[in-house]
Design a protein around this ligand. Structure first.
Ligand code: ADP
Length: 335
């Protein structure tokens, strides 16, 4: 489907689990967010209270699910995991709510994709720890009110802006996860190389980090692919810069970390829309990619790298965008 949760390789998901940090102290980077969360967790524990609902937003692969799994472990409470797009009706959400134990966490990925009826069903659950269940129809219709255990919703979204205001307001804590600094990614790559029982030179680790779009999931994927190349050379092969460079070339990941589809985006806007402004849907249509995938998976890094700009009239390729493709920029482009 269109959902970013499902549009990456199932192997990536396995790798996510294999390499996911288990404790807060293993979570690398995002220092301010982690420090703030530590205080919240400590204080909540001291009060013997239930953690307030927490919203995490940021691009895919940046650590939202990781934090959502680490937090309940730190608190010593249960965790249930659900995803917005697969909850079709309130009855799909109900079992999660009734199964929630005191103080437990219910993680809802892609919470901006909850259907309105499901979202409305969730409001009283989050606010007063109760659900209103409609029974019967017509004259016999009545509502029963069912109390729930006090629990915590951790919502994750790639689009905080798409959350409805009442939904957003029900979160006591909101944290934004941004792209990682290169040094944090180097640390993630080195640590995960050990977890995967392989060795990587410090130079190769920074090369992998530099080309992973500030995103741990991408760094992990590149690491695993480079490990394959190293193994082919030698059963206990170390990942050297030479091997990493070779692997990155075959994976068609360029010096900035752009993948084929990222370059195709730039090329499409240049070829078909003269560099823009072009609307998201028009670009998506030309590329035969769902608009959500473009907006969630491809655009955030291109914007951040300054290769694309979002203007009120649409997306525009910047001078640097042209230059990156080795093209001559037109005279009146944004820098
Ligand atoms: P999201 O839920 O934001 O899409 P995930 O939490 O699933 O992303 O992260 C993908 C993978 O990246 C994780 O399995 C983990 O291996 C790695 N990762 C993410 N954030 C961190 C971090 N802060 N420290 C170490 N590894 C991380």
């Amino acid at each position: 489907g269109n959902s970013p949760l499902y549009n990456y390789n199932p192997d990536d998901r396995e790798l996510d689990e294999e390499l996911r940090p288990q404790r807060l102290e293993d979570v690398i980077g995002q220092r301010q967010v982690v420090d703030r969360l530590k205080i919240v967790l400590e204080a909540t524990k001291k009060r013997k209270d239930v953690l307030g609902h927490l919203l995490l937003d940021g691009p895919p692969g940046i650590g939202k699910t990781t934090l959502a799994t680490v937090i309940p472990r730190e608190m010593g409470v249960d965790l249930q995991m659900a995803a917005g797009p697969v909850l079709d009706a309130p009855k799909d959400l109900l079992p999660y709510l009734t199964n929630a134990t005191e103080g437990s966490v219910l993680f809802i990925d892609e919470i901006h994709r909850l259907r309105p009826a499901v979202e409305e069903f969730l409001y009283p659950a989050m606010e007063d720890f109760r659900v209103d269940i409609a029974l019967g129809e017509g004259l016999n219709a009545r509502t029963i009110n069912m109390p729930l255990k006090r629990f915590t919703v951790i919502g994750a979204t790639t689009r905080a802006g798409m959350l409805t205001a009442p939904m957003r307001d029900r979160f006591v804590y909101r944290e934004h996860l941004d792209f990682y600094e290169a040094e944090d990614l180097v640390e993630i790559v080195s640590r995960n190389a050990r977890k995967l029982r392989t060795t990587i030179t410090p130079e190769a680790a920074s090369e992998v980090a530099r080309r992973s779009q500030g995103t741990p999931r991408k760094a992990n994927n590149i690491l695993r692919r480079t490990r394959d190349f190293a193994t082919l050379r030698h059963p206990q092969g170390e990942i050297t810069t030479e091997i990493a460079a070779h692997a990155l070339k075959i994976l068609e990941i360029d010096g900035l970390g752009l993948e084929k589809q990222d370059r195709r985006y730039l090329q499409t806007v240049i070829d078909i829309f003269s560099g823009g402004p072009a609307g998201l849907n028009a670009i998506a249509h030309s590329m035969s990619i769902p608009p959500d995938t473009l907006e969630d998976d491809i655009e955030p890094f291109l914007l951040r790298a300054g290769l694309v700009q979002r203007t009120p009239r649409g997306r525009v390729i910047t001078r640097n965008g042209y230059l990156h493709l080795g093209l001559k920029p037109g005279p009146e482009l944004p820098p």
